[in-house]
Design a protein around this ligand. Structure first.
Ligand code: SAH
Length: 255
């Protein structure tokens, strides 16, 4: 069957242009239509003749269906996500919608990777993800909070470094406190913790502390939280924020 249209699922990276791949930039340039959450569209340069379809954050599947309709009409559609589109972002919604629609055969769908927020944050912190780690979204919009708690316990039990995406929002200001309370009961107070806000943007702010001293009230929806394993340690850097090192070589973990 002849493919009629094209969907490019594009990762814009965490913010600055220098952290966006040339492939992603070329896709945004080439697309006839841009689909995405408004603040992500605002990060794409305006181009005459290109149509923008902005939407609210919560309507991922609707956005994916719109992309399918546009592609069916022969358009080249870039669906944009912050960071990497495969990490808590639009690739899953597009793949799900394409499957439900039976469109896999007649639409060209390509996922273009981006630097994810945890990588950007890790780069500012030395090497917090140098050993086994996991990523957990604290948003309970799409899953019950009990499942988040179960995974937090499992991550602590497995002695993983933990990266939190979506740690807080205006609608969910308190979950981050619940998560810290749970982890404080399971991990040592000296465990390194980082709050990395708006990494790569003008209002970037990095706070490095410990689980015992951490103040989750500074967390907002632009923040990535990284919590160390039992082997992660702080390394002082004169004149800079401390590094967090999770050594490649494990001593066998807390277990
Ligand atoms: N697909 C994105 C994540 C989307 S979830 C990615 O791969 O990065 C949105 C969450 O990502 C935010 O709530 C925040 O936790 C994190 N985030 C995105 N950009 C960030 C940045 N520049 N600095 C710190 N955290 C960021």
């Amino acid at each position: 069957m002849r493919k009629t249209g094209e969907i490019l699922v594009v990762g814009l990276g965490p913010g600055p242009d220098v952290w966006r791949t040339p492939e992603a930039s070329a896709a945004i340039e080439r697309a006839t239509d841009l689909v995405g959450y408004e603040p992500y569209l605002a990060r794409c340069p305006e181009r005459p003749g290109q149509t923008r379809h902005g939407s609210d954050n919560r309507v991922e599947l609707e956005r994916a269906r719109l992309a399918i309709d546009l592609a069916r009409a022969g358009r080249i559609v870039a669906v944009v996500s912050g960071g990497d589109p495969g990490v808590f972002a639009m690739a899953a919604a597009v793949v799900e919608a394409v499957e439900a629609d039976g469109a896999a055969g007649d639409l060209e769908v390509t996922v273009l990777p981006g630097i994810s927020a945890m990588q950007a944050a890790a780069a500012r912190l030395g090497a917090p993800l140098g050993h086994d780690f996991c990523a957990i979204s604290l948003s309970d919009n799409l899953k019950p909070w009990a499942l988040v708690e179960k995974r937090l316990r499992a991550a602590a039990e497995g002695d993983f470094v933990i990266a939190f995406y979506n740690p807080a929002s205006k609608a969910r200001p308190t979950r981050i406190f619940d998560a810290f309370e749970l982890l404080c009961g399971l991990k040592a107070g000296a465990t390194p913790v980082a709050f990395a806000r708006a990494v790569g943007r003008p209002d970037e702010r990095i706070v490095v502390t410990t689980l015992a001293d951490a103040d989750p009230s500074i967390v907002d929806m632009a923040t990535m939280v990284i919590i160390g394993s039992s082997e992660s340690r702080l390394i002082d850097r004169p004149g800079g924020t401390p590094w967090i090192l999770s050594p490649r070589q494990s001593r066998g973990g807390a277990a």
